[in-house]
Structure formats: structure tokens, C-alpha cells
Design a binder for this molecule. Sequence first.
Ligand code: KMH
Ligand code: ZN
Length: 282
Amino acid sequence: MAAMPDPLLITVAPTGAETAKADCPQLPTTLDELVATAKDCQAAGAAMIHVHIRDDEHRPTLDGGRLRDTVVALKESTDLVVQLSTGGSVHDPLETRLKVLDAEPDSCSLTMGTTNFGDDVFMNPWPFVCELYQLSQERGVVPEFELFDLGQVHALHRLLDRYGLPAGGKVHVDLVMGVPGGMNGTADALVAAVSDLPAATTSWSATGIGRSTLPVMLASLSKGGHLRVGMEDVLTISRGVPVESNAQLVERAVEVGRMAQRTPMSPAEARTLLGMDTLTGP
Ligand code: KMH
Ligand code: ZN
């Protein structure tokens, strides 16, 4: 009997906080655009969405009311697992980032350490990481541990040793590679990071920023990992050719995944993978 293809979690990160709408008009920055993108990406094969939102001037914001409205709208219009970014932009204060969980997302990103981020610094001091993690446990929000560097793999060991398993009992990691200041977006760096993940890790994905997108995608699939794609991470589909839409990036991930005999996971399967079906709602 033919073996069943392994399921592939595809997360779409459609907006991010770094690209200006003026430089990339196809970036989904309004709620309507975000919802339309989410529907298209679910239809294309995504099961989870990593969300950054913008204000009326298309600037990054962590406004609580807007975050709540966004979670509600995405849940009404799609089945996607809704993950809110707690990273925000490099300019967001730590106190504001802790309040993101008030919007009651399914999941939140949780970066495991401070990272140089181009010319800026993405601040994640250890006490902040611990506070955010404990808050996610109290609120029943499933974290995705975002690792930008090998040192952050080690920090994840420390966090789990000290505070135990996340809400839902599963440990899902995303390697964010190729950020100027973080780990390189190469197969070698991915292998090093994956080989040191805590034994409690139940699933992991990877994304490569900019030109590291394809090497990281291929390396992740060859190591049995999952994928994050989207315009937060890359704005060209090939050298010099702008991405038309987030769905285009999801479609490419589906196609490359199929070559590796992986089938896109449904949102329901993703909820099981992430331990969400064991959690009771607020
Ligand atoms: N925008 C970056 C500074 C996250 O979403 O948690 C942080 C980031 C990570 O994108
Ligand atoms: Zn993000």
C-alpha cells in the first residue's frame, strides 16, 4: 500500500511591520484587504495566518480594538488558525506587546531573544520573554516560538525547563532565518538549529527572509519541517520580479511541498498539531 504523504503546515505571514504600503501597494494593510488575503491563502493551502496590523495611514499598530476586530473578522471569514504577532514593529514598547493577548487570538508569536534587525534592534529581554510566556499559559493562547538565532534555541530549552509546556501541551517552533543580525538563511544553519531543538518540540517550521526564501524552504522540507511564507518575509517571487499576492507565495509552497510528497494540512489538522483542540475557549 502506498504511504500517505506527510501533512505540511503552511503558515502565511501576509503583511509584517517593515514594508511601507507606498513601496508595495499589493501589501494587505486594511482589514478588508487582510480578510480577502486570508480567504485566498486558505483556498490556496494555508492553515495558519501570522498577523501584523496597520492603522488608517498603513503604519504598524498594536491598537487593542483593531487587534480584536481583526481576530473576529478573520475567524468569521476563514477557518485559519489566527496567530497575532507579539513582536510588532521594532518601535513597539514591551508593555504594549504584552497586551496583544487581550485580543484573544488562537496563537501568538513569542521570540526567544533580542536580535539585531538590520539597523534596528528587536528587543526581547529575558524577563519579557518569561512574562509573555506565562501570560500565554494563563490565557490558553498557544505560542509559536520564533527563533532568529542559535542562541535562541538554547533560550527555548531554558524557558521550557523553567516554566513547563505551553498551553495545549505542544511545542511549535518557527525558525526565522536570514534577518540581517540573526542566523544565516542556509541549509547548514537550519540543520544546526534543528539538531539542537528541545526534545519536547512537537513541530517546527522555517522561513527565509528575502533571497534566502527558497534555500530555507527546500532545507526545511528536506528535514521534515513545515513552512511559513508571505510578504512579511519576501517581496519578490524570483530575482527582480515582485510578488503579486500572498496567495501566489502559498501556491508556490504547495507546489514545492508536493514535490517533497507533502500535502497541505487543513486548519483543523493544524489545530490538532498545535494542541488547540484540547483547549477550552475563554
Ligand atoms: N517585525 C519584527 C520586528 C513577530 O512577529 O513576532 C518582529 C516580528 C516577529 O515580525
Ligand atoms: Zn511577524
